[in-house]
Design a protein around this ligand. Structure first.
Ligand code: ACM
Ligand code: ZN
Length: 555
Protein backbone atom coordinates (compact mmCIF):
# COMPACT_ATOMS: atom_id res chain seq x y z
CA UNK A 1 0.00 0.00 0.00
CA UNK A 2 1.45 3.37 -0.92
CA UNK A 3 1.62 6.01 1.69
CA UNK A 4 -1.03 8.60 1.76
CA UNK A 5 1.26 11.60 1.61
CA UNK A 6 2.58 10.48 -1.77
CA UNK A 7 -0.74 9.90 -3.40
CA UNK A 8 -2.06 13.22 -2.17
CA UNK A 9 0.78 15.09 -3.77
CA UNK A 10 -0.40 14.09 -7.25
CA UNK A 11 -3.89 15.54 -7.48
CA UNK A 12 -2.97 18.55 -5.41
CA UNK A 13 -0.86 19.89 -8.26
CA UNK A 14 -3.93 20.21 -10.40
CA UNK A 15 -6.24 21.41 -7.70
CA UNK A 16 -6.14 25.12 -7.96
CA UNK A 17 -7.25 25.66 -11.54
CA UNK A 18 -10.68 24.16 -11.04
CA UNK A 19 -11.65 25.00 -7.54
CA UNK A 20 -14.61 27.22 -8.17
CA UNK A 21 -16.95 25.02 -10.21
CA UNK A 22 -19.92 23.22 -8.73
CA UNK A 23 -18.94 20.05 -10.58
CA UNK A 24 -15.58 18.34 -10.78
CA UNK A 25 -14.40 18.44 -14.40
CA UNK A 26 -14.64 15.07 -16.12
CA UNK A 27 -11.46 13.07 -16.19
CA UNK A 28 -9.87 14.84 -13.24
CA UNK A 29 -9.39 13.01 -10.02
CA UNK A 30 -9.30 14.41 -6.59
CA UNK A 31 -8.79 12.47 -3.42
CA UNK A 32 -9.13 15.46 -1.15
CA UNK A 33 -10.43 13.60 1.89
CA UNK A 34 -10.50 15.29 5.32
CA UNK A 35 -9.49 13.65 7.61
CA UNK A 36 -6.89 11.94 5.42
CA UNK A 37 -7.46 8.18 5.38
CA UNK A 38 -4.94 5.73 6.78
CA UNK A 39 -4.21 4.43 3.31
CA UNK A 40 -5.50 5.27 -0.13
CA UNK A 41 -4.29 3.81 -3.39
CA UNK A 42 -5.62 5.54 -6.51
CA UNK A 43 -6.79 3.41 -9.43
CA UNK A 44 -7.95 4.07 -12.98
CA UNK A 45 -11.50 4.86 -13.90
CA UNK A 46 -14.42 6.05 -11.85
CA UNK A 47 -17.72 4.81 -10.54
CA UNK A 48 -20.72 6.80 -11.72
CA UNK A 49 -24.09 6.82 -9.99
CA UNK A 50 -27.04 6.35 -12.38
CA UNK A 51 -30.79 6.00 -11.85
CA UNK A 52 -30.19 2.22 -11.97
CA UNK A 53 -27.53 2.09 -9.24
CA UNK A 54 -28.38 -0.32 -6.43
CA UNK A 55 -27.44 0.33 -2.84
CA UNK A 56 -27.39 -2.87 -0.82
CA UNK A 57 -26.42 -3.96 2.68
CA UNK A 58 -25.88 -7.59 3.60
CA UNK A 59 -27.53 -7.07 6.99
CA UNK A 60 -30.13 -4.36 6.86
CA UNK A 61 -30.78 -3.13 10.41
CA UNK A 62 -31.97 0.21 11.80
CA UNK A 63 -28.31 1.18 12.16
CA UNK A 64 -26.89 0.02 8.84
CA UNK A 65 -29.89 1.57 7.15
CA UNK A 66 -28.79 4.95 8.51
CA UNK A 67 -25.51 4.68 6.60
CA UNK A 68 -27.08 3.40 3.38
CA UNK A 69 -30.00 5.84 3.50
CA UNK A 70 -27.60 8.73 3.99
CA UNK A 71 -25.90 7.81 0.73
CA UNK A 72 -29.15 7.32 -1.16
CA UNK A 73 -30.63 10.53 0.24
CA UNK A 74 -27.60 12.59 -0.69
CA UNK A 75 -27.52 11.28 -4.29
CA UNK A 76 -31.27 11.54 -4.74
CA UNK A 77 -31.37 15.12 -3.47
CA UNK A 78 -29.01 16.54 -6.08
CA UNK A 79 -29.90 14.21 -8.98
CA UNK A 80 -33.63 13.63 -8.54
CA UNK A 81 -32.92 9.89 -8.85
CA UNK A 82 -35.00 7.64 -6.64
CA UNK A 83 -32.34 5.20 -5.46
CA UNK A 84 -33.54 2.87 -2.75
CA UNK A 85 -31.71 0.75 -0.24
CA UNK A 86 -32.27 -3.01 -0.14
CA UNK A 87 -30.85 -6.02 1.65
CA UNK A 88 -28.49 -8.17 -0.38
CA UNK A 89 -25.05 -9.71 -0.62
CA UNK A 90 -24.44 -9.61 -4.34
CA UNK A 91 -21.25 -8.01 -5.55
CA UNK A 92 -22.41 -7.79 -9.15
CA UNK A 93 -21.81 -4.57 -11.06
CA UNK A 94 -23.95 -1.44 -10.92
CA UNK A 95 -24.12 -1.20 -7.16
CA UNK A 96 -22.74 0.11 -3.93
CA UNK A 97 -22.56 -3.06 -1.87
CA UNK A 98 -22.10 -2.63 1.87
CA UNK A 99 -21.13 -5.48 4.14
CA UNK A 100 -21.10 -5.85 7.87
CA UNK A 101 -18.24 -8.27 8.28
CA UNK A 102 -17.00 -9.17 11.76
CA UNK A 103 -13.71 -10.33 10.32
CA UNK A 104 -13.05 -7.17 8.28
CA UNK A 105 -10.36 -6.11 10.77
CA UNK A 106 -11.53 -2.50 10.58
CA UNK A 107 -12.19 -1.95 14.30
CA UNK A 108 -15.12 -0.18 15.89
CA UNK A 109 -15.33 2.67 13.39
CA UNK A 110 -13.11 1.80 10.44
CA UNK A 111 -13.93 0.56 6.94
CA UNK A 112 -12.43 -0.83 3.79
CA UNK A 113 -13.61 0.49 0.48
CA UNK A 114 -12.91 -0.54 -3.06
CA UNK A 115 -14.12 1.86 -5.74
CA UNK A 116 -14.06 0.34 -9.22
CA UNK A 117 -15.58 1.34 -12.56
CA UNK A 118 -18.69 -0.75 -12.08
CA UNK A 119 -19.11 -1.04 -8.32
CA UNK A 120 -18.19 0.16 -4.88
CA UNK A 121 -17.65 -2.50 -2.21
CA UNK A 122 -17.54 -1.43 1.44
CA UNK A 123 -16.75 -3.65 4.41
CA UNK A 124 -16.88 -2.70 8.04
CA UNK A 125 -17.41 -4.36 11.39
CA UNK A 126 -19.99 -1.80 12.41
CA UNK A 127 -22.66 0.48 11.00
CA UNK A 128 -20.51 3.43 12.15
CA UNK A 129 -17.75 2.16 9.86
CA UNK A 130 -20.18 2.03 6.94
CA UNK A 131 -21.31 5.56 7.76
CA UNK A 132 -17.74 6.86 7.74
CA UNK A 133 -17.22 5.18 4.36
CA UNK A 134 -20.27 7.05 3.09
CA UNK A 135 -18.72 10.33 4.25
CA UNK A 136 -15.61 9.42 2.27
CA UNK A 137 -17.76 8.83 -0.82
CA UNK A 138 -19.38 12.19 -0.14
CA UNK A 139 -16.00 13.92 -0.19
CA UNK A 140 -14.96 12.05 -3.36
CA UNK A 141 -18.14 13.08 -5.18
CA UNK A 142 -18.22 16.50 -6.87
CA UNK A 143 -18.75 19.52 -4.65
CA UNK A 144 -22.28 19.86 -6.03
CA UNK A 145 -23.31 16.92 -3.84
CA UNK A 146 -23.64 19.47 -1.01
CA UNK A 147 -26.21 21.46 -2.93
CA UNK A 148 -29.51 21.68 -1.08
CA UNK A 149 -31.38 21.45 -4.39
CA UNK A 150 -31.05 19.37 -7.58
CA UNK A 151 -28.04 20.25 -9.75
CA UNK A 152 -28.67 20.00 -13.48
CA UNK A 153 -26.60 17.32 -15.21
CA UNK A 154 -24.51 16.64 -12.15
CA UNK A 155 -21.97 13.93 -12.92
CA UNK A 156 -21.92 11.77 -9.83
CA UNK A 157 -18.49 10.25 -10.30
CA UNK A 158 -16.34 8.71 -7.58
CA UNK A 159 -12.69 8.25 -8.61
CA UNK A 160 -11.50 4.65 -8.37
CA UNK A 161 -9.34 3.76 -5.40
CA UNK A 162 -8.72 1.30 -2.60
CA UNK A 163 -9.04 2.67 0.93
CA UNK A 164 -8.35 1.16 4.32
CA UNK A 165 -9.25 3.51 7.11
CA UNK A 166 -9.86 3.71 10.82
CA UNK A 167 -9.52 6.41 13.48
CA UNK A 168 -6.45 7.02 15.62
CA UNK A 169 -8.56 8.05 18.65
CA UNK A 170 -11.92 6.81 19.94
CA UNK A 171 -12.94 10.34 21.02
CA UNK A 172 -13.04 13.08 18.39
CA UNK A 173 -15.20 15.89 19.63
CA UNK A 174 -16.34 19.47 19.41
CA UNK A 175 -17.88 21.53 22.17
CA UNK A 176 -20.30 24.41 21.74
CA UNK A 177 -21.30 26.96 24.38
CA UNK A 178 -24.91 27.98 23.83
CA UNK A 179 -25.23 29.70 27.20
CA UNK A 180 -23.35 32.96 26.68
CA UNK A 181 -25.05 33.23 23.30
CA UNK A 182 -27.38 30.67 21.80
CA UNK A 183 -27.78 29.50 18.22
CA UNK A 184 -30.88 28.32 16.35
CA UNK A 185 -31.54 24.58 16.06
CA UNK A 186 -30.83 24.78 12.33
CA UNK A 187 -27.26 25.93 13.04
CA UNK A 188 -26.71 23.29 15.71
CA UNK A 189 -27.73 20.69 13.14
CA UNK A 190 -25.34 22.13 10.57
CA UNK A 191 -22.57 21.99 13.17
CA UNK A 192 -23.42 18.32 13.73
CA UNK A 193 -23.43 17.74 9.99
CA UNK A 194 -19.93 19.24 9.74
CA UNK A 195 -18.84 16.87 12.54
CA UNK A 196 -20.28 13.95 10.57
CA UNK A 197 -18.65 15.00 7.32
CA UNK A 198 -15.29 14.97 9.09
CA UNK A 199 -15.85 11.70 10.95
CA UNK A 200 -16.04 13.22 14.41
CA UNK A 201 -18.15 11.34 16.91
CA UNK A 202 -18.93 13.54 19.95
CA UNK A 203 -20.81 16.81 20.30
CA UNK A 204 -20.32 18.32 23.77
CA UNK A 205 -23.24 20.66 24.31
CA UNK A 206 -22.53 23.27 27.01
CA UNK A 207 -26.06 24.07 28.16
CA UNK A 208 -25.85 25.97 31.44
CA UNK A 209 -23.90 28.96 32.69
CA UNK A 210 -23.99 32.05 34.86
CA UNK A 211 -25.40 33.98 31.89
CA UNK A 212 -28.18 31.57 30.93
CA UNK A 213 -29.79 28.18 31.52
CA UNK A 214 -30.68 26.82 28.09
CA UNK A 215 -32.42 23.48 28.56
CA UNK A 216 -36.04 23.03 29.57
CA UNK A 217 -36.44 21.07 32.80
CA UNK A 218 -40.09 20.21 33.41
CA UNK A 219 -39.81 19.85 37.19
CA UNK A 220 -38.16 23.26 37.61
CA UNK A 221 -39.85 25.68 35.19
CA UNK A 222 -38.15 28.73 36.68
CA UNK A 223 -34.82 27.50 35.32
CA UNK A 224 -35.95 28.67 31.92
CA UNK A 225 -38.65 31.22 32.86
CA UNK A 226 -36.10 33.14 34.92
CA UNK A 227 -32.71 31.54 34.29
CA UNK A 228 -32.81 31.64 30.49
CA UNK A 229 -33.04 35.42 30.26
CA UNK A 230 -30.66 38.21 31.20
CA UNK A 231 -31.58 41.85 31.24
CA UNK A 232 -28.68 43.00 29.08
CA UNK A 233 -25.21 42.06 27.87
CA UNK A 234 -21.76 43.54 28.24
CA UNK A 235 -20.49 45.57 25.30
CA UNK A 236 -16.95 44.99 24.11
CA UNK A 237 -14.20 43.10 25.81
CA UNK A 238 -15.04 42.03 29.32
CA UNK A 239 -11.78 42.30 31.22
CA UNK A 240 -12.25 44.98 33.86
CA UNK A 241 -14.54 47.85 34.90
CA UNK A 242 -15.95 50.23 33.96
CA UNK A 243 -18.42 47.93 32.23
CA UNK A 244 -20.75 49.11 29.53
CA UNK A 245 -23.99 47.26 28.72
CA UNK A 246 -26.28 47.18 25.69
CA UNK A 247 -29.54 47.55 27.64
CA UNK A 248 -31.17 44.82 25.56
CA UNK A 249 -32.78 41.73 27.13
CA UNK A 250 -31.26 38.49 25.81
CA UNK A 251 -32.29 34.90 26.22
CA UNK A 252 -34.00 31.73 25.13
CA UNK A 253 -33.70 28.02 25.61
CA UNK A 254 -34.09 24.67 23.88
CA UNK A 255 -37.34 22.86 24.63
CA UNK A 256 -37.18 19.17 25.41
CA UNK A 257 -38.70 18.49 21.97
CA UNK A 258 -35.89 20.46 20.34
CA UNK A 259 -33.32 18.63 22.43
CA UNK A 260 -34.76 15.27 21.38
CA UNK A 261 -34.73 16.40 17.76
CA UNK A 262 -31.05 17.37 17.96
CA UNK A 263 -30.04 14.18 19.78
CA UNK A 264 -31.83 12.12 17.13
CA UNK A 265 -30.27 14.13 14.29
CA UNK A 266 -26.86 13.40 15.79
CA UNK A 267 -27.66 9.72 16.36
CA UNK A 268 -28.51 9.33 12.71
CA UNK A 269 -24.99 10.57 12.00
CA UNK A 270 -23.30 8.30 14.54
CA UNK A 271 -22.57 11.23 16.84
CA UNK A 272 -23.16 11.13 20.57
CA UNK A 273 -24.38 14.33 22.19
CA UNK A 274 -22.85 14.84 25.64
CA UNK A 275 -24.84 17.37 27.66
CA UNK A 276 -22.99 19.57 30.14
CA UNK A 277 -24.82 20.72 33.24
CA UNK A 278 -22.38 22.94 35.16
CA UNK A 279 -21.87 22.40 38.89
CA UNK A 280 -20.99 23.58 41.48
CA UNK A 281 -19.74 26.78 39.79
CA UNK A 282 -20.93 28.72 36.73
CA UNK A 283 -24.44 28.34 38.13
CA UNK A 284 -25.76 31.86 38.79
CA UNK A 285 -28.57 31.52 36.22
CA UNK A 286 -29.91 28.51 38.14
CA UNK A 287 -29.51 30.39 41.43
CA UNK A 288 -31.40 33.38 40.03
CA UNK A 289 -34.31 30.97 39.54
CA UNK A 290 -33.85 29.02 42.78
CA UNK A 291 -31.85 31.20 45.22
CA UNK A 292 -32.33 28.74 48.11
CA UNK A 293 -29.77 26.48 46.43
CA UNK A 294 -27.03 29.05 47.15
CA UNK A 295 -25.09 29.62 50.36
CA UNK A 296 -26.47 33.13 51.00
CA UNK A 297 -30.05 32.77 49.75
CA UNK A 298 -29.61 35.53 47.17
CA UNK A 299 -31.34 37.27 45.50
CA UNK A 300 -29.44 36.93 42.21
CA UNK A 301 -29.76 38.11 38.64
CA UNK A 302 -28.73 36.17 35.57
CA UNK A 303 -25.23 37.49 34.92
CA UNK A 304 -24.74 40.08 32.18
CA UNK A 305 -20.96 40.02 31.81
CA UNK A 306 -18.20 37.42 31.46
CA UNK A 307 -15.98 35.82 34.07
CA UNK A 308 -16.02 33.66 37.17
CA UNK A 309 -18.54 34.44 39.91
CA UNK A 310 -18.53 33.74 43.64
CA UNK A 311 -22.11 32.55 43.99
CA UNK A 312 -22.23 28.80 43.37
CA UNK A 313 -24.41 25.87 44.44
CA UNK A 314 -24.29 25.36 48.22
CA UNK A 315 -22.52 22.08 48.96
CA UNK A 316 -23.94 21.90 52.47
CA UNK A 317 -27.66 21.81 51.75
CA UNK A 318 -29.32 18.51 50.89
CA UNK A 319 -31.73 20.51 48.73
CA UNK A 320 -28.94 21.23 46.26
CA UNK A 321 -28.30 17.55 45.65
CA UNK A 322 -32.00 16.74 45.41
CA UNK A 323 -32.39 19.47 42.81
CA UNK A 324 -29.39 18.40 40.75
CA UNK A 325 -30.44 14.76 40.85
CA UNK A 326 -33.91 15.72 39.62
CA UNK A 327 -32.34 17.76 36.82
CA UNK A 328 -30.09 14.86 35.87
CA UNK A 329 -33.09 12.51 35.88
CA UNK A 330 -34.58 14.55 33.05
CA UNK A 331 -31.23 15.06 31.34
CA UNK A 332 -30.45 11.34 31.27
CA UNK A 333 -33.91 10.67 29.85
CA UNK A 334 -33.17 13.07 27.00
CA UNK A 335 -29.57 12.07 26.31
CA UNK A 336 -28.67 8.39 25.87
CA UNK A 337 -24.95 9.27 26.10
CA UNK A 338 -22.88 7.10 28.48
CA UNK A 339 -21.05 10.30 29.42
CA UNK A 340 -22.67 13.17 31.24
CA UNK A 341 -20.49 16.29 31.68
CA UNK A 342 -20.93 17.89 35.09
CA UNK A 343 -18.54 20.83 34.62
CA UNK A 344 -16.54 21.27 37.82
CA UNK A 345 -14.38 24.13 36.52
CA UNK A 346 -13.76 27.57 38.01
CA UNK A 347 -15.67 27.19 41.27
CA UNK A 348 -14.57 29.86 43.78
CA UNK A 349 -14.68 28.70 47.40
CA UNK A 350 -15.48 32.19 48.76
CA UNK A 351 -19.06 31.47 49.82
CA UNK A 352 -18.38 27.93 51.06
CA UNK A 353 -15.69 29.25 53.44
CA UNK A 354 -18.23 31.26 55.41
CA UNK A 355 -21.39 29.22 54.87
CA UNK A 356 -22.55 27.39 58.02
CA UNK A 357 -24.11 24.60 55.94
CA UNK A 358 -20.95 24.04 53.89
CA UNK A 359 -18.77 24.15 57.02
CA UNK A 360 -21.05 21.66 58.75
CA UNK A 361 -20.75 19.35 55.75
CA UNK A 362 -16.95 19.59 55.91
CA UNK A 363 -17.08 18.62 59.58
CA UNK A 364 -19.62 15.82 59.18
CA UNK A 365 -17.77 14.25 56.28
CA UNK A 366 -14.32 14.69 57.82
CA UNK A 367 -13.08 16.76 54.87
CA UNK A 368 -9.85 18.74 55.05
CA UNK A 369 -10.98 21.89 53.27
CA UNK A 370 -13.20 23.41 50.58
CA UNK A 371 -11.30 21.62 47.80
CA UNK A 372 -12.24 18.34 49.38
CA UNK A 373 -15.79 19.66 49.65
CA UNK A 374 -15.82 20.21 45.88
CA UNK A 375 -14.49 16.68 45.48
CA UNK A 376 -17.27 15.40 47.78
CA UNK A 377 -19.79 17.23 45.58
CA UNK A 378 -18.49 15.75 42.34
CA UNK A 379 -18.13 12.23 43.78
CA UNK A 380 -21.68 12.37 45.07
CA UNK A 381 -22.98 13.32 41.62
CA UNK A 382 -20.81 10.63 40.06
CA UNK A 383 -22.31 8.04 42.40
CA UNK A 384 -25.79 9.17 41.50
CA UNK A 385 -25.08 8.93 37.78
CA UNK A 386 -23.44 5.52 38.21
CA UNK A 387 -26.75 4.23 39.57
CA UNK A 388 -28.12 5.10 36.14
CA UNK A 389 -25.18 3.46 34.42
CA UNK A 390 -23.75 6.80 33.30
CA UNK A 391 -20.21 8.10 33.71
CA UNK A 392 -19.09 11.63 34.41
CA UNK A 393 -16.72 13.88 32.53
CA UNK A 394 -15.39 16.93 34.34
CA UNK A 395 -12.98 19.77 33.58
CA UNK A 396 -9.51 19.27 35.07
CA UNK A 397 -10.35 21.12 38.32
CA UNK A 398 -12.05 17.90 39.43
CA UNK A 399 -8.53 16.64 40.17
CA UNK A 400 -8.29 19.11 43.06
CA UNK A 401 -9.28 17.62 46.40
CA UNK A 402 -9.35 14.08 44.99
CA UNK A 403 -10.65 12.67 41.72
CA UNK A 404 -13.99 10.88 41.57
CA UNK A 405 -13.15 7.18 41.06
CA UNK A 406 -14.46 6.70 37.54
CA UNK A 407 -14.32 10.23 36.18
CA UNK A 408 -12.97 11.12 32.75
CA UNK A 409 -10.97 14.35 32.81
CA UNK A 410 -11.07 17.09 30.20
CA UNK A 411 -7.70 18.80 30.32
CA UNK A 412 -8.23 22.46 29.41
CA UNK A 413 -5.69 24.44 31.49
CA UNK A 414 -2.91 23.09 29.31
CA UNK A 415 -2.10 19.40 29.36
CA UNK A 416 -0.84 18.91 32.92
CA UNK A 417 -4.26 17.88 34.25
CA UNK A 418 -4.50 15.31 31.50
CA UNK A 419 -1.05 13.96 32.29
CA UNK A 420 -1.82 13.71 36.02
CA UNK A 421 -5.14 11.97 35.39
CA UNK A 422 -3.63 9.47 32.93
CA UNK A 423 -0.89 8.67 35.46
CA UNK A 424 -3.67 7.92 37.96
CA UNK A 425 -5.29 5.54 35.47
CA UNK A 426 -8.15 7.84 34.48
CA UNK A 427 -9.43 8.41 30.98
CA UNK A 428 -8.56 11.80 29.51
CA UNK A 429 -9.84 13.99 26.72
CA UNK A 430 -7.37 16.65 25.65
CA UNK A 431 -8.83 20.14 25.10
CA UNK A 432 -5.91 22.45 25.94
CA UNK A 433 -6.64 26.15 25.65
CA UNK A 434 -3.25 26.61 24.01
CA UNK A 435 -4.33 24.86 20.79
CA UNK A 436 -7.95 23.79 20.91
CA UNK A 437 -9.85 26.85 22.13
CA UNK A 438 -11.50 28.16 19.00
CA UNK A 439 -12.66 31.39 20.63
CA UNK A 440 -9.12 32.66 19.98
CA UNK A 441 -8.21 34.86 17.02
CA UNK A 442 -7.07 33.01 13.93
CA UNK A 443 -5.18 35.86 12.26
CA UNK A 444 -4.12 39.42 13.09
CA UNK A 445 -6.61 40.59 15.77
CA UNK A 446 -7.23 43.97 14.14
CA UNK A 447 -8.46 42.18 11.02
CA UNK A 448 -11.06 40.15 12.87
CA UNK A 449 -14.29 40.56 14.80
CA UNK A 450 -13.82 40.86 18.57
CA UNK A 451 -12.70 37.62 20.23
CA UNK A 452 -11.51 36.72 23.69
CA UNK A 453 -7.85 37.01 22.68
CA UNK A 454 -5.00 34.70 21.73
CA UNK A 455 -3.71 33.69 18.33
CA UNK A 456 -4.51 30.19 17.10
CA UNK A 457 -4.34 30.06 13.31
CA UNK A 458 -5.30 26.91 11.42
CA UNK A 459 -1.69 25.73 11.12
CA UNK A 460 -1.21 26.05 14.88
CA UNK A 461 -4.39 24.13 15.70
CA UNK A 462 -3.36 21.48 13.18
CA UNK A 463 0.05 21.09 14.83
CA UNK A 464 -1.41 19.86 18.12
CA UNK A 465 -0.29 16.37 19.19
CA UNK A 466 -2.64 14.85 21.80
CA UNK A 467 -0.25 12.30 23.31
CA UNK A 468 2.09 14.00 25.80
CA UNK A 469 5.68 12.78 25.75
CA UNK A 470 5.59 12.58 29.55
CA UNK A 471 3.41 9.46 29.42
CA UNK A 472 4.61 5.87 29.22
CA UNK A 473 3.02 3.73 26.53
CA UNK A 474 0.74 2.19 29.17
CA UNK A 475 -0.36 5.61 30.37
CA UNK A 476 -0.89 6.85 26.80
CA UNK A 477 -3.80 4.45 26.48
CA UNK A 478 -5.81 6.69 28.78
CA UNK A 479 -5.79 9.54 26.26
CA UNK A 480 -9.10 8.86 24.56
CA UNK A 481 -8.70 11.70 22.12
CA UNK A 482 -9.24 15.40 21.71
CA UNK A 483 -11.87 18.08 21.43
CA UNK A 484 -12.11 21.65 20.21
CA UNK A 485 -13.97 24.04 22.49
CA UNK A 486 -16.02 26.94 21.24
CA UNK A 487 -16.97 29.40 23.96
CA UNK A 488 -19.56 31.97 22.98
CA UNK A 489 -19.00 35.13 25.03
CA UNK A 490 -18.14 37.05 21.87
CA UNK A 491 -20.15 35.00 19.37
CA UNK A 492 -23.24 37.15 19.06
CA UNK A 493 -24.42 35.66 15.76
CA UNK A 494 -24.51 32.18 14.20
CA UNK A 495 -22.34 33.54 11.38
CA UNK A 496 -19.63 34.49 13.81
CA UNK A 497 -19.88 31.13 15.55
CA UNK A 498 -19.30 29.38 12.23
CA UNK A 499 -16.48 31.75 11.32
CA UNK A 500 -14.64 30.70 14.47
CA UNK A 501 -15.45 26.99 14.11
CA UNK A 502 -14.45 26.43 10.49
CA UNK A 503 -12.02 25.38 9.15
CA UNK A 504 -10.24 24.87 12.50
CA UNK A 505 -12.74 22.11 13.38
CA UNK A 506 -11.54 20.21 10.30
CA UNK A 507 -7.92 20.36 11.50
CA UNK A 508 -8.97 18.91 14.85
CA UNK A 509 -10.87 16.16 13.02
CA UNK A 510 -7.72 15.21 11.13
CA UNK A 511 -5.62 15.13 14.31
CA UNK A 512 -8.21 12.83 15.86
CA UNK A 513 -8.41 10.44 12.94
CA UNK A 514 -5.24 10.39 10.83
CA UNK A 515 -2.04 8.63 12.00
CA UNK A 516 0.40 11.26 13.23
CA UNK A 517 3.08 10.13 10.75
CA UNK A 518 0.73 10.92 7.85
CA UNK A 519 -0.18 14.39 9.04
CA UNK A 520 1.10 17.20 6.87
CA UNK A 521 -0.22 20.75 7.06
CA UNK A 522 0.46 21.66 3.43
CA UNK A 523 -1.39 18.57 2.23
CA UNK A 524 -4.26 19.31 4.58
CA UNK A 525 -4.43 22.92 3.45
CA UNK A 526 -4.45 21.93 -0.23
CA UNK A 527 -7.31 19.50 0.40
CA UNK A 528 -9.24 22.15 2.33
CA UNK A 529 -8.73 24.74 -0.41
CA UNK A 530 -9.87 22.25 -3.01
CA UNK A 531 -12.99 21.52 -0.97
CA UNK A 532 -13.94 25.17 -0.42
CA UNK A 533 -16.75 25.12 -3.02
CA UNK A 534 -18.21 22.17 -1.09
CA UNK A 535 -18.25 24.23 2.09
CA UNK A 536 -19.69 27.19 0.21
CA UNK A 537 -22.54 25.03 -1.08
CA UNK A 538 -23.22 23.61 2.35
CA UNK A 539 -24.04 27.16 3.37
CA UNK A 540 -21.60 27.49 6.27
CA UNK A 541 -19.71 30.65 6.99
CA UNK A 542 -15.99 30.05 7.50
CA UNK A 543 -12.79 31.99 8.00
CA UNK A 544 -11.13 32.97 4.72
CA UNK A 545 -7.76 34.51 5.29
CA UNK A 546 -4.27 33.57 6.27
CA UNK A 547 -4.36 29.96 7.40
CA UNK A 548 -0.65 29.82 8.18
CA UNK A 549 1.07 30.62 11.44
CA UNK A 550 2.56 33.77 9.98
CA UNK A 551 3.20 35.39 13.33
CA UNK A 552 5.35 32.42 14.21
CA UNK A 553 3.62 31.21 17.36
CA UNK A 554 5.79 28.52 18.95
CA UNK A 555 4.23 27.94 22.35
C1 ACM B 1 -13.21 26.34 30.87
O1 ACM B 1 -12.71 26.88 29.87
N1 ACM B 1 -13.60 27.07 31.91
C2 ACM B 1 -13.40 24.90 30.93
ZN1 ZN C 1 -23.09 26.62 51.46
Amino acid sequence: MRKLIHILALPVLALFTHCTGIDTPAGEKHYAIIPAPVSLTPATGEFIFTPMTKITVNELTDETRLAADFLAGMVNRVSEFTLKVSEGSSTAGGRVAMFIDDSAGTGAEGYQMSVKRNKIIIKAETAAGLFHAVQTIRQLLPHGIESPAPVENIRLAVPACEITDNPRFVYRGMHLDVARHMFPVEYIKRYIDMLALHKMNYFHWHLTEDQGWRIEIIKYPLLTEVGAFRKETLIGHGGRPPFEFDGKPYGGYYTQDEVRDIVEYARQRFITVIPEIEMPGHSVAALAAYPDLSCTGGPFEVVTRWGVFDDVFCAGKEETFRFLQDVLDEVTELFPSQYIHIGGDECPKTRWKVCPDCQQRIKDEGLADEHELQSYFIKRMENYLLTKNRRIIGWDEILEGGLAPQATVMSWRGISGGIAAAKMGHDVIMTPGSHLYLDHYQTEPDGEPLAIGGYSPLEWVYSYEPIPQELTSDEQKYILGLQGNLWAEYLKTPDHMEYMAYPRMFAIAETGWTPSASKDFEGFLARFLYQQPRYDLSGINYFKGDYRNTRGRTR
